[in-house]
Design a protein around this ligand. Structure first.
Ligand code: F6P
Length: 353
């Protein structure tokens, strides 16, 4: 037993000191940690607990649900319903949010992805949970539109990564901090205070099998990274793709990098793969609080006004200078400033000039 270590509870008491509703927010984040511990135990047991594999069901996104998707969702929902701190619960795995009865209602709304990257579960690769906390309306029933607030309004956000160790990484708007689960004792211990993402990097993460579906500015950026020292970047890059956003963002918080799931034309009905409310907004807050930047390619993610709870969005996040460069490439494409990579509209115009 190590004495004098900062537990999550002690950290939250200190971090939230003087903040309005501090006790309730700290208590809710401790509830999040309780659900995370339950999910961590299930994922760690894997096949021994009979939790691997898929169900017959699909979620609202049309994805086949894994057993652990549903079990993780239940772990969060039960914890929040019993905790008395939320008025509404929205999950990527549920068609509609749950409204908590008025006699059990608390001051917050929670929005979460209970098990992100769950296609990795059956192959024993890291997965995670992502959460976001908003203030609930006062003195009335929660309406679906109450969830549709920009990422700037998040009171807290974070994720848990179930890897070789389980970590909880969160922000209450005063920096991003990481806690490691001490399994024997059952406590989250502050191990990574004040995480900072370096502004520059030579590592990128993108699913390159989609390359032909990307927009030209993304093709341009990746082509330059791949050309490395032989082209304008003047340095070689490395590529990673875990297919688990949580693990990808965690690596970026630990050593920098850029993660992209950009707009593509693979399925024209979807403007991106990732979900604004369950993935992009909470990860955007975590990344920006660590000094990084999160963009759609055409603007800051946290400034987007949501239209639907299950809305999808392009996501480009990580080391600030790289994300800003990618935004610039989008702008040059949209305005025709770069003839090699400008939109067809501008190419046509220049032909006739
Ligand atoms: O649905 C989210 C997600 O699983 C992310 O965690 C991950 O980054 C991405 O999808 C993986 O996508 P793909 O299957 O294209 O590699």
């Amino acid at each position: 037993m190590h004495l004098g270590r900062t537990t999550l509870s002690k950290f939250l008491i200190q971090e939230l000191d003087g903040t309005e509703g501090a006790r309730d927010l700290a208590a809710l984040l401790i509830d999040v940690a309780a659900a995370v511990k339950a999910i961590s135990a299930m994922t760690a047991k894997g096949a021994l607990a009979g939790v691997l594999g898929s169900l017959e069901s699909e979620n609202i996104q049309g994805e086949v649900q894994k057993k652990l998707d549903v079990l993780s969702n239940t772990a969060f929902v039960n914890t929040f319903q019993m905790g008395g701190l939320v008025a509404g619960i929205a999950s990527e795995e549920m068609d509609d949010p749950i409204t908590v009865p008025s006699n059990k209602r608390g001051p917050f709304l929670t929005i979460f992805d209970p098990l992100d990257g769950s296609s990795n579960i059956d192959v024993n690769v890291s997965v995670g949970s992502i959460f976001s906390i908003l203030r609930a309306p006062v003195g009335r029933e929660v309406q679906p539109s109450d969830y549709l607030r920009s990422g700037r309004e998040q009171l807290a956000a974070g994720y848990a990564v179930y890897g070789p160790s389980t970590m909880l990484v969160l922000t209450v708007g005063k920096g991003t901090h990481g806690f490691t689960l001490d399994r024997e004792v059952g406590n989250f211990i502050l191990t990574h205070p004040g995480i900072r993402i370096p502004a520059d990097t030579n590592e990128f993460a993108i699913n390159t099998s989609n390359e032909r579906f990307w927009e030209p500015p993304v093709q341009r950026y990746i082509a330059e990274c791949k050309a490395g020292k032989t082209d304008i970047r003047g340095k070689d890059f490395n590529m990673r793709w875990i297919a688990s956003m949580v693990a990808e963002v965690h690596r970026i918080l630990m050593r920098g990098g850029v993660f992209m799931y950009p707009k593509d034309t693979k399925d024209p009905s979807k403007p991106g793969r990732l979900r604004l409310m369950y993935e992009a907004n909470p990860m955007g807050m975590v990344v920006e609080q660590a000094g990084g930047f999160a963009s759609t390619g055409r603007g800051r993610i946290l400034d987007v006004t949501p239209e639907q709870i299950h809305q999808r969005i392009p996501v480009i996040l990580g080391s600030r200078n790289e994300v800003e460069r990618i935004e610039r490439y989008h702008q040059e494409y949209d305005t025709g400033a770069d003839q090699r990579y400008s939109s067809p509209l501008f190419k046509e115009r220049s032909l006739f000039q």
